[in-house]
Design a protein around this ligand. Structure first.
Ligand SMILES: Cc1cc2nc3c(=O)[nH]c(=O)nc-3n(C[C@H](O)[C@H](O)[C@H](O)COP(=O)(O)OP(=O)(O)OC[C@H]3O[C@@H](n4cnc5c(N)ncnc54)[C@H](O)[C@@H]3O)c2cc1C
Length: 414
């Protein structure tokens, strides 16, 4: 049986949504993925983290440099700050396609995905010169990461131990962090970070402040590198110790005491983009399931002709279409400035649906493909896509999203 074009979302079928600039970026992304990622993905994933950077440095840095040279960073930076000013919906549409082409969300992360830090700079950073400086740095290829999680408090950020003490015009930062992305030799540009620490230890969340930290600042001590099962490629994740790290007052990323609110606001936007990555995973999994079941003959018939195979594929499709619909709604409402969307209601609802749907689609496809699904060398990307998608459930954790959504539903803090 010939594999027909599946009835899944294709940019070419939606010319009203894809501007010429978006098409151009899509084609550039396709070229980069085909040249740098697809031929090397198994080795990069196997080595992971710093080993991938050092033992395959030509490929690792070549891939990142081609992303930067093609101008992917800073897509959401507003025009008045020198960026192209893409909407969240436009960023998300591209993210879903990059995720599909690369068979993993981790590659879209390297394309600078939703850039929550740009939102934080734009809406929270008090010092105008600082804001402009770090927008420019982003456009020049300076990746930013968020250093929030403390090893002892986890999702309970208000319980964080790390502190920042003001001494004249300078804050002195001390404290442990873990899971910190990109604190190894950076992709290419001038890296920087947003570090969350307590400026008032007598308070919980309202005592937290957010600081802009340059990657080469003295006082950043790298500890153990995490050896992850998923999201291995792209960046290493470290334990960190900030020790007497000095940050000028003008490098507050948000007013003192508003650090966590700024991060939550940035993440509310970011979840709209993450949900689109999850949609991309679901659609890529369906495509893989169709590729395999239409070309594999068992008992003289392609697998796709058996009714038992229709059921999981139909279920995946229902979820993928529903995830795309709610994610599109969330992103468009955000772009329109809808108040509930700005409070995160829609992006979290969308993510809470799209993320488990993506993992479920991976598992269903793995089951449909049998042993080949976990065979790394044969070229089927399912096990990588599944491992990389697990982080959807770990960044924010589903319970915290449930807690937020239930609070929203009953209109009070729970
Ligand atoms: C691949 C990866 C990359 C990461 N990158 C970064 C990064 O770049 N920067 C950064 O700052 N952090 C990063 N993190 C950390 C991530 O944000 C944390 O893992 C996350 O916040 C959860 O914290 P924790 O793992 O300590 O879980 P815990 O806080 O130990 O929580 C464990 C579980 O308990 C649940 N739980 C906690 N409290 C409650 C409650 N009251 N009611 C019900 N359930 C509850 C949680 O939902 C969770 O499921 C990364 C994590 C991963 C896996």
């Amino acid at each position: 049986m010939d594999m027909m074009k599946p009835n899944l979302y294709e940019p070419a079928d939606h010319p009203q949504e894809w501007t010429p600039e978006m098409y151009q970026k899509l084609e550039q992304a396709r070229d980069i993925i085909e040249e740098w990622w697809l031929p090397n993905r198994r080795q990069l994933d196997r080595l992971g983290g710093v080993l991938a950077m050092t033992e395959m440095s030509d490929i690792y840095y070549g891939l990142h440099k081609s992303i930067i040279d093609a101008g992917f960073y800073g897509r959401s930076i507003p025009k008045e700050y020198g960026g192209p000013g893409w909407s969240l919906y436009q960023c998300g549409l591209l993210s879903a396609e990059i995720t599909k082409m690369a068979f993993t969300k981790a590659v879209d992360d390297a394309f600078a995905y939703g850039e929550p830090w740009c939102h934080i700079l734009q809406h929270w950073t008090p010092d105008e010169d600082t804001k402009r400086e770090y927008f420019k740095r982003t456009l020049d290829g300076g990746f930013c990461t968020i250093w929030a999680t403390d090893p002892e408090s986890g999702v309970d950020m208000g319980g964080m131990r790390g502190s920042a003490v003001l001494d004249g015009d300078t804050y002195v930062l001390n404290g442990p962090k873990w899971w910190m992305a990109m604190c190894s030799p950076g992709p290419v540009g001038l890296q920087w970070h947003l570090a969350l620490l307590k400026t008032d230890t007598s308070k919980r969340t309202s005592g937290l402040s957010l600081f802009i930290v340059n990657d080469d600042a003295p006082g950043i001590i790298r500890g153990r590198e995490g050896d992850l099962t998923g999201a291995r490629w792209g960046c290493a994740r470290y334990e960190l110790l900030l020790k007497d790290l000095k940050v000028q007052k003008k490098c507050l990323a948000a007013p003192e005491g508003k650090g966590l609110y700024a991060i939550v606001d940035g993440m509310n936007k970011h979840m709209g983009n993450q949900a689109f990555q999850a949609v991309g995973v679901s659609e890529a999994a369906i495509k893989q399931a169709l590729d395999y079941t239409t070309t594999t003959i068992r008992w003289d018939h392609p697998l796709i002709e058996y009714q038992g195979v229709h059921f999981p594929i139909a279920d995946m499709w229902v979820n993928a279409e529903a995830a795309r619909a709610i994610t599109a709604k969330a992103n468009k409402l955000w772009d329109e400035g809808d108040t509930e969307a700005k409070h995160g209601k829609w992006s979290i609802l969308a993510f809470k649906f799209a993320a488990p749907a993506a993992l479920d689609a991976c598992l269903k496809t793995i089951e449909l493909m049998g042993a080949r699904a976990i065979e790394r060398e044969e070229g089927w990307p399912m096990e990588l896509m599944y491992r990389d998608s697990m982080v959807f459930q770990l960044y924010r954790t589903p319970n915290i999203d449930r807690k937020f959504l239930a609070s929203y539903l009953v209109r009070r803090r729970l």
